[in-house]
Structure formats: C-alpha cells, structure tokens
Design a protein around this ligand. Structure first.
Ligand SMILES: [Zn+2]
Length: 384
C-alpha cells in the first residue's frame, strides 16, 4: 500500500519511535524525542492509498465529509518499513511515510521550523549589489536557472547579460520560466517613442516610478525589459524596492501606511478599443499581514472618490509614498545597454525611465510579463 502520494521525496529526518492512541488523536514520538499530535480526521484526510488518491493525477478522490466526524483509529503501529500504519473503525487502512509525516507535522516546534523556512524577501535600498546572470548559463544550466529565479523571487530585481539583440529574442528566455502573459500591449511589447503612443511608456518622457498594469485585478508578476539598441542620450533605468519603502513608511509614518493599505483607489487604462479599471489599495497585505504587493502608477490613477473627511488624509499618505520613491536613499539607478535585460518582480519593484532625446540616437526595448505563479512553480519543480 502506498505510503506517499507526491512527486516530491521526503528525507527521513528522524524515524518514528512510538505511537500512542488517544480519543481524538494519535501522538507520535520521533527518535529525536519530538512529539507530534496527528488528529484522526487529519490522518484520514491525508490517506495516500490508491482508493483515496488517484495514482495517475496524485489528486484526492476521497473527501473528508465521506466519513463520520467521529471516525476513530482502532489500532496504530509503526510497521516493519518504519511507516505509520493505521486501522480505522470503518475497515479502511492507511500507511504514512515517516519523512512525509514529519514534513507535515503541526506540533509547535515543527510549525516554528516551517515558519523559519518561509521565503525571506531581502529588502534593498540605493546600494543594492545587483544580481547579474549570464544568458548562456541560464539557458543551458538548470542550476544557473534556479539561482537566477531565486534572486528574482527574493530580491525582486535582476539583470541578465549576453542576450541576443535580434527582436523577439526575449521570448526564449521568458519561456525558460513558463508561459508569457499576453496583454492588450501584445505578447512582447515594443518600448519605442511613437507619435501615436497609447501609453506614456511609448514616448520619450520621463516615466516616474511605477508598477505595470495596476489597472488589472492581478498585476503581472514578473516584468522583462530587454535592450536591443540604446544609442539615445538619457533614458536610464531607475528602480526602488516597494517593499522596503512600505516597511520604512510603516515605521516612519504608521498612519500613512495604514491609509495606503486600507483605502482603495482606481487605476485606469483606456484607448480606442479597451477600458481597464481596477479599484485596489496601493499596499496589499497577505493573510499573515505582510506586504504582498505594491500597486502604483500615478499616470494611470483615476480621480479619488472618498468620503470627504478622508480626502486630505489620503492625499497626505499618497504624496508621502511618491515622495519616498523619489528619495535617493531608495533608488537603484543604471543605464541598460544593448544585450542586457532587466527581470524584476512587478508587484514589488517599481521601475522608471529618465527622459531621453530621440533625436540623439535609436532606442528600442522589448518587454513581456510572466506571472508570479509560473516563477514559483518553476522553482518548486527545479528544487524537486
Ligand atoms: Zn485510503
């Protein structure tokens, strides 16, 4: 009988030493003396047997509501292979791999360990030591690819060098991660100054620090900007870590921080054929209260529509955030040359471009988006 139903393997951290049966739960003692409770319902819910989990998809067919809430284990033992064997009072039997069980244990010490292993975003300010990767290496070597993707995930700003400069070359690199996310600006978008611009991005103006597509319910996770030609004067790239700014704002001006987390504003992007709108706060928190996302592009924001008493306090907070993005202490600044690209977390890292002089030389960048889910999935698979 299967003791595991996963594509991953789970190292045996510590063998099962003993197991005792209580009315609602089983208590396991590991060889390293850690004790972990496992409720009967929890174990039954996670039975990996082929009746409960379809072996082809490794997805559950059993639902916990299929058994009575009062389901009991009749007997439990550590079997000859070191697996936990449970005999249920309805006749079903389950076996659990000790490595899997330890990885999913929910006693206090195990949960603290799992918490400590959670991804630690490394905030950065002006002096960032830019993580730089080589195109050939990330295209050919899975280890180099993983190192790059971890830097994108944890630092949120990376550069890749040695990229071919033929138009369209970006696709192959983005597809090393996964699907490119298409938008109304195309699969790959061309950042060039154009007379018929449908975005300020396609002009020679200075573009203030912003995230792309704040007008969508889900902002694109990763953004790529690939430089094919950069002979024009000006047009340097600027970045700030939105998470670092949010964290600093929280300490320096907690009232402003709270307003930016709680009060939604509308971002809009329209042209002759489309009209995208999204009402959301500038700072979004995750379920654990940590900053999960920054949403900011002042040139796409609609008029504030708030109860009158909130208008001035909100402007104070909103202006403060923008002022912070302009402060030198937060800004990383570099000119991108032909054959180089930026890859950054668009839901965290704000980007900007200085004005450039289109009469001084050609400037052509191509860009695209990949969602954060695709990045994280690729990392999980590379780590298997
Ligand atoms: Zn089962």
């Amino acid at each position: 009988m299967n003791a595991i139903a996963d594509y991953r393997t789970y190292p045996l951290i510590s063998p099962l030493l003993r197991v005792t049966l209580a009315p609602d739960l089983i208590e396991v003692t590991w060889a390293d003396q850690r004790r972990s409770p496992f409720h009967h319902l929890w174990l039954r819910d996670n039975c990996p047997c082929p009746q409960c989990v379809y072996s082809v998809t490794r997805e559950q067919v059993f639902e916990i509501a299929d058994v009575p809430e009062t389901l009991q284990a009749m007997s439990v033992e550590v079997d000859r292979d070191g697996a936990l064997h449970v005999q249920w009072d309805d006749g079903h039997e389950s076996r659990f791999d000790p490595g899997w069980l330890r990885a999913h244990a929910y006693d206090e010490a195990s949960r603290a360990e799992q918490q400590a292993r959670r991804v630690n975003k490394r905030h950065w300010v002006a002096g960032l030591e830019l993580p730089v990767f080589e195109y050939d290496a990330v295209m050919e070597d899975p280890k180099a690819l993983l190192d790059w993707l971890l830097a994108v995930r944890d630092i949120g700003l990376t550069q890749v060098r040695g990229v071919p400069t033929a138009p369209g070359s970006l696709s192959a690199l983005a597809e090393r991660i996964s699907f490119i996310r298409q938008s109304n600006f195309g699969v790959l978008f061309n950042v060039q100054s154009r007379a018929d611009a449908d975005s300020n991005a396609y002009t020679a103006f200075n573009l203030p620090l912003h995230t792309d597509l704040p007008t969508r319910e889900l902002q694109p996770g990763l953004q790529f900007l690939h430089c094919l030609v950069n002979d024009a004067e000006g047009g340097d790239s600027r970045f700030v870590d939105g998470f670092a700014i949010a964290q600093t704002l929280r300490q320096e001006d907690p009232d402003a921080y709270r307003l930016l987390c709680e009060i939604p504003v509308e971002f809009r992007n329209k042209d002759r054929r489309s009209d995208y709108r999204c009402l959301a706060p500038v700072i979004a928190l995750d379920a654990l209260g940590e900053v999960a996302e920054i949403r900011m592009a002042n040139f796409l924001r609609g008029p504030l529509n708030l109860p009158p008493q909130w208008v001035l306090p909100y402007y104070r907070a909103y202006r403060r955030f923008i002022e912070m993005t302009r402060e030198a202490r937060f800004q990383f600044h570099q000119r991108l040359e032909a054959g180089q690209l930026w890859c950054f977390d668009n839901r965290r890292t704000l980007h900007a471009r200085d004005a450039f002089d289109p009469a001084s030389g050609a400037r052509h960048f191509q860009g695209c988006y990949v969602d954060r889910d695709e990045l994280l999935s690729r990392i999980w698979v590379l780590q298997r």
